[in-house]
Design a protein around this ligand. Structure first.
Ligand code: SDX
Length: 378
């Protein structure tokens, strides 16, 4: 067996063959099933994009209507899951609540039938339909309120914002939120997708696959960065404080949240679109001075780190969009998960189609033949 050179974080090592999405990090290109992200953001919807990723091509009108209908009629969560959430501490992080609830969903569908396309479709529909309801339910419960039922007369994104804020959202906000989901749904072999594929390769159920990926997404170096970016902008507080803050980070060799990427060595194409979405919201709903701070950060980081290919990534502007929508900061990563579930499920399905359990090797740098010392000799 040929052993490759050890690469920390598997940097540059292909972990799978996939036709789901493609990134060109030098040119700043992202494609879902070959379609450029800019075109999907302008012309598609989240559910249509989810269908494209999972089943490999854009749905016909009938196929899309059927998929939307199924998702719409599966939005409600089991009352036992709601009762379980009532026992969660209000201080708990919503990503932990989501991971527990996604795993619990699997308790209700234990008859795993991975070779049955109907089982796969049912699992896809249930997870895409219920994850937003779980996120919104925990948000209302941790405030001491009863969760609200999904509204069948609202689209996917409008219904989520309704369940979260208990009021029908402005149509522009609902459309912009749907575009944010399109931008965050899929991104080749990122850490949480890799986690999903490893879990899928053991032939466990899709609920465990999603729970595993949610746990991975929550880290601050991955999906958790969007929450950290807003906290960073608020901590900086003014444009004048940007340069000293960045210089201090570099001095301490600490990472600046929302910047840098393992693949992109130019500005993340998703960040470019999100910046435009933020500006649309500011124009209609009022300005957020943090945007001035963010733009100054972008200028100073480019001045100091462009040579290392460090530019804004998807997490740098998404928080400003969500904050303008009145979404609490610690829900930014759960929203990333609402989007990414469809990407994880596309990879789950692709892994099953040609599966081999993940079992990499290691470079052993420990000892051999070590004697066992009795405790009184240690
Ligand atoms: C996401 O993989 C994906 O596709 C992820 C994602 C997706 O859609 O799934 O795009 C979503 O996770 C976006 C990334 C969100 N994370 C952050 O914003 C956290 C801050 N970013 C960094 O932690 C970092 O940029 C990573 C983790 C994103 C990528 O790190 P790498 O590829 O492991 O790069 P590295 O740590 O090896 O850094 C290379 C150099 C180092 O300098 P030197 O030691 O060579 O002198 O670049 C520097 C780093 O110090 N560097 C940074 C930096 N990121 C890299 N310096 C300051 N601030 C940063 N943010």
């Amino acid at each position: 067996m040929m052993v490759c050179e050890y690469k920390p974080g598997l940097e540059g090592i292909p972990a799978a063959q996939s036709s789901i999405s493609y990134v060109d990090g030098q040119k700043g290109i992202l494609e879902y099933r070959g379609i450029r992200i800019e075109e999907l953001a302008e012309k598609s919807t989240f559910l249509e994009t989810a269908y494209l990723l999972i089943w490999g091509e854009l749905p016909s009108k009938q196929e899309l209507e059927a998929f939307e209908h199924e998702v719409l009629h599966h939005r409600r969560i089991k009352y036992r899951i709601r009762d379980m959430m009532k026992c969660f501490p209000e201080s708990g992080h919503p990503m932990d609540a989501l991971q527990a609830s996604a795993a619990a969903l699997g308790l209700f569908y234990s008859l795993r039938d991975l070779h049955n396309p109907a089982y796969i479709r049912d699992s896809v529909v249930r997870l895409i339909a219920t994850i937003p309801t779980m996120v919104a339910a925990f948000q209302l419960m941790r405030k001491g309120n009863d969760p609200v039922r999904p509204r069948d007369d609202l689209g996917y994104s409008a219904n989520f914002l309704y369940m979260l804020n208990e009021q029908e959202p402005d149509p522009l906000m609902a459309r912009i939120f749907d575009i944010c989901l399109i931008l965050q749904v899929e991104h080749t072999m990122n850490a949480s997708t890799f986690s999903a594929r490893v879990t899928a390769s053991t032939l466990t159920d899709p609920y465990a696959v999603v729970a595993s990926a949610v746990g991975t997404l929550g880290g601050p170096l991955h999906g958790g960065a969007n929450e950290e970016v807003i906290q960073m902008l608020d901590k900086i507080g003014s444009v004048e404080n940007v340069r000293p803050y960045i210089e201090d980070c570099l001095q301490r060799k600490s990472k600046i949240m929302g910047f840098g990427h393992r693949v992109y060595k130019v500005k993340d194409p998703r960040a470019i679109i999100l910046q435009n979405l933020a500006e649309q919201l500011f124009e209609k709903f009022g300005y957020d001075k943090s945007y001035d701070i963010a733009q100054e950060m972008e200028r100073v980081v480019e001045e100091k780190l462009a040579g290392k290919g460090i530019y804004p990534n998807v997490d740098f502007y998404s928080g400003l969009v969500y904050r303008k929508m009145g979404i609490p900061t610690d829900l930014f990563t759960p929203i990333f998960a609402i989007a990414r579930v469809a990407g994880w499920l596309a990879h789950w399905k692709e892994q099953l189609a040609e599966n081999r359990i993940f079992r990499p090797t290691q470079v052993y740098n420990g000892y051999h033949e070590v004697p066992y010392l009795p405790i009184d000799q240690r």
